[in-house]
Write a protein that binds this ligand. Structure first.
Ligand SMILES: CC(C)(COP(=O)(O)OP(=O)(O)OC[C@H]1O[C@@H](n2cnc3c(N)ncnc32)[C@H](O)[C@@H]1OP(=O)(O)O)[C@@H](O)C(=O)NCCC(=O)NCCS
Length: 179
């Protein structure tokens, strides 16, 4: 899609699913150890996540973007997004997942993925964009720095335990579209 310094971003395809699942499992373990139960994190599997994301990739309006390390062509981050889940108007889209491998964080990859996702959503009729973030996620500041506002709190079940999560909303996507 575009060259952006030490990484590239392009649309994700079915061929990428196993690498996407690897990024997801490794990043959950490195980010959420201590916040989520160890047995839940230990039980996560790349195979199961690949199947889950294959199903999601086939759903109407859902898109994936992957960030590549230019020399190895390995996937080092990804975002997936599409129509807002739940009872939300058609012009509110959602980022369902956003993960960058720990050794590649802080290089602007997350920002580039969110801005590219916002451009895609705007081209498909979105006026606003949101993402659910665990309340205990140490990276909530990332969303705040990009201009999203915490607007709603609910709970999510993970491994038979309940956790608080927060919806971060960009009511206007202009700040993302002009970056
Ligand atoms: C959160 C995440 C997607 C951000 O991606 P990234 O590539 O590391 O972020 P960027 O380099 O684009 O950072 C953008 C800004 O957010 C800030 N930021 C990112 N994480 C932060 C943190 N934990 N605390 C404070 N600021 C943070 C950066 O400092 C940067 O600010 P700057 O523009 O003033 O330099 C990535 O760190 C990640 O995948 N983390 C683990 C999994 C996760 O939490 N995913 C989100 C699930 S909802």
């Amino acid at each position: 899609m575009s060259d952006q310094g030490p990484f590239e971003i392009r649309p994700g395809t079915g061929d990428d699913l196993f690498m996407i699942a690897g990024v997801l499992v490794d990043t959950w373990r490195s980010t959420f150890r201590g916040l989520l139960a160890d047995d839940f994190l230990n039980r996560m599997s790349r195979e199961e996540q690949a199947v889950r994301h294959a199903r999601r990739m086939g759903a109407a309006g859902v898109c994936y973007l992957v960030a590549l390390e230019p020399s190895t062509r390995e996937i080092i981050g990804f975002a997936n997004f599409g129509p807002g889940r739940g009872t939300v108007p058609d012009d509110i889209h959602e980022i369902y997942a956003l993960y960058v491998r720990s050794e590649h964080q802080g290089l602007g990859i997350g920002t580039a993925l969110v801005c590219s996702a916002a451009r895609h959503c705007a081209e498909h009729g979105a006026k606003s964009l949101f993402a659910w973030v665990l309340a205990g996620n140490p990276n909530r500041k990332f969303y705040e720095q990009l201009g999203a506002k915490a607007v709603e709190t609910t709970s999510i079940e993970l491994g038979n335990r309940s956790y608080e999560q927060i919806a971060y909303l960009w009511e206007e996507m202009t700040p993302l579209l002009t970056r």
